[in-house]
Design a protein. Structure first.
Length: 357
């Protein structure tokens, strides 16, 4: 995969294309000049001069003539594919790792690994690990049973920047509750700041009213319980606010309007670890946790109702058995799909240009 971005690369690539199109041409090439203009929407301009033999003009004694032609192109918008699973760590191995007998399935899901660790980013460790996706790409490529990846794994030189690096994170208010533990209860919670973590366990069923939920100081832990809510954003506000889900179901739908539109989970950009064990993680919207590494042990085939989920994490290690489905149907989706997620390069294509004149 290659994308040509700099002016020098664009000029060199234009020469390559021109040379390919001149194969078999009988004219004598006199001069080729390709230059790049200035400004943000710069134009790549080219002229070619040649001496060519004439046909009909030979009757009046003109057997050859010089001709000059030119054209200009301008960079087109880079409307890439939407990211579905993106591992952000730039150097670590195994940021897209599979163990046991677990498989991933999402025919519209584009998977990307930014790590440049040589030949060990995408790693299905066993012959029982399979990935079926729209595309699977990694800067550092892969290892072990990569023949189990459909379509085939692609390498890349393009590190994709964090699409939300400059986004301002939510403010942290005063504590609505401190060290709240919900055990064997059916309860509804309201938005606010939950200090020293939040624990939901022992068969509890917790519904979140619409709004922003800030968890800080300790883990958001869900064990043998259900957590659900619509119009909800969770903000895990420091490195201590990890996410741990065990033998539980979490079904959350992001807001469709307001400052946190489409974000179902946000985190502070600190490194920590999330742990999922034999659970259903049904998140409708963006899971933005670029510093959070996920240890994800699956069992069976969890039912996913979300039309799309964009997972932006430090890395992923899937284990266990069964199949994890990653649907990605954005057309007409209830939760808006932002164009800022369309960052996955289109496989096998150079940067698109359009005619300027």
């Amino acid at each position: 995969m290659s994308q040509k971005h700099t002016k020098d690369e664009q000029i060199a690539y234009a020469h390559e294309l021109l040379s390919a199109n001149l194969i078999g041409v009988n004219s004598e090439i006199l001069d080729i000049d390709i230059v790049a203009g200035e400004g943000e929407d710069w134009v790549l301009s080219g002229t070619i001069s040649a001496r060519t033999k004439t046909a009909l003009l030979g009757a009046v004694g003109i057997n050859e003539m010089n001709i000059t032609t030119g054209a200009g192109v301008i960079r087109g918008p880079q409307s890439g594919h939407p990211l579905c699973i993106m591992a952000m760590h730039p150097t670590r191995k195994h940021t897209l790792e599979m163990k046991g007998k677990v498989s991933l399935h999402g025919t519209k899901c584009h998977i990307y690994g930014n790590s440049n660790h040589v030949n060990d980013v995408v790693d299905p460790h066993t012959p029982h690990n399979f990935i079926t996706a729209a595309s699977v790409t990694a800067v550092g490529y892969g290892h072990h049973y990569i023949q189990n990846i459909t379509p085939p794994l692609e390498g890349s030189v393009n590190v994709i920047p964090d699409p939300y690096l400059t986004k301002t994170l939510p403010a942290i208010g005063s504590c609505k509750a401190t060290g709240l533990e919900i055990e064997a209860q059916t309860i509804t919670l309201d938005p606010g700041t939950y200090c020293d973590g939040l624990t939901i366990s022992d068969g509890s069923h917790v519904t979140l009213n619409p709004g922003l939920y800030v968890v800080i100081g300790d883990t958001l832990e869900i064990e043998e319980s259900t957590l659900e809510g619509t119009g909800v954003t969770l903000f895990l506000a420091d490195r201590h606010a990890e996410l741990s889900v065990s033998e539980s179901t979490v079904r959350l739908v992001a807001p469709t309007s307001g400052p946190w539109t489409s974000f179902v989970i946000l985190t502070k950009r600190d490194y920590n670890t999330w742990e999922f064990e034999e659970s259903t993680l049904d998140m409708y919207g963006i899971v933005y946790a670029p510093g959070s590494d996920i240890e994800w042990e699956n069992a069976g085939t969890p039912v996913i109702t979300a039309e799309w989920t964009a997972w932006i994490n430090d890395g992923f290690s899937w284990s266990g058995t069964g199949t994890l489905n990653f649907p990605y149907d954005t057309e007409g989706s209830v939760v808006p799909h932002p164009s800022s997620l369309n960052v996955i390069p289109r496989p096998g294509l150079h940067e698109v240009v359009r005619l300027a004149y």
